[in-house]
Design a protein around this ligand. Structure first.
Ligand SMILES: [Ca+2]
Length: 236
């Protein structure tokens, strides 16, 4: 009996993982996410963000020059470049990873915040991101549904528990599923730079995968239940 319940648990785990744990691809939608051009090519940015070398392991990274300055980075990506883009679907999973560190006297009072924005599917036929509303310059405060522009809340990662110069990998958006499939997505990063400290960002990676909408997944589960029920009735 125990063996059957164990087998049943394994079978359930396999079934669940095949439906829900959709692996994202290895295609980074961000260009120059590792800043290895040595500058901020492909990024929009505040005037107090700069690129410099920070050790052999990381090469170039983007750091902030002035506490209280103009400290933001932004890049709009075309998700249809991803090998996992599918024009026939209408939902999408996004995953954002980055490396961050800081320099100064402990404990740090600095932080890095991340946000994702997107333009709804009516803009999927637009081929030039500069034609999108709110696309140029510092990110607006929040969503503008009338313009088809939506933002997540900011996810803030504080550096208080991190040693100076120690890089940590953070995952502010861990397979976040959107109820639409926007072709155009914006990654935004703001630095909170405490006086006397410097904050660094490197290896920013955005991956996306188009998936069936949650409602059609529920439909699929419903269909399975109906089939099972039908099978039971026939057996009686
Ligand atoms: Ca780098």
């Amino acid at each position: 009996m125990r063996r059957w319940s164990l087998l049943w648990s394994i079978l359930l785990a396999v079934l669940c993982s095949s439906v829900w744990a959709v692996p994202l691809n290895s295609f980074n939608e961000l260009r120059n996410g590792d800043f290895e051009t040595g500058d901020l090519t492909y990024w929009q940015h505040g005037e107090d963000i700069a690129v410099a070398r920070d050790g052999a392991a990381h090469g170039y990274g983007a750091y902030c020059k002035r506490s209280g300055g103009d400290l933001w980075l932004r890049q709009i990506v075309d998700d249809s470049r991803s090998p996992d883009w599918d024009w026939n679907l209408h939902s999408k999973i996004l995953d954002l990873v980055a490396d961050i560190t800081w320099q100064g006297w402990e404990p740090s009072n600095s932080a890095v915040s991340f946000r994702l924005d997107w333009w709804d599917e009516r803009y999927n036929s637009v081929s030039n991101w500069e034609q999108l509303p709110h696309a140029i310059g510092a990110p607006p405060a929040g969503s503008d549904p009338a313009a088809g522009y939506y933002t997540t809340d900011w996810v803030t990662i504080r550096l208080a528990g991190t040693r100076p110069g120690e890089w940590i990998t953070v995952n502010p958006f861990d397979r976040t599923q959107l109820p639409v499939q926007p072709r155009w997505v914006s990654v935004e990063i703001t630095y909170t730079q405490a006086p006397g400290e410097t904050v660094w960002v490197d290896n920013v990676i955005l991956t996306g995968k188009c998936v069936p909408e949650p409602s059609s997944m529920i439909g699929l589960v419903g269909l399975c239940s109906t089939l099972v029920a039908g099978f039971r009735i026939r057996r009686k």
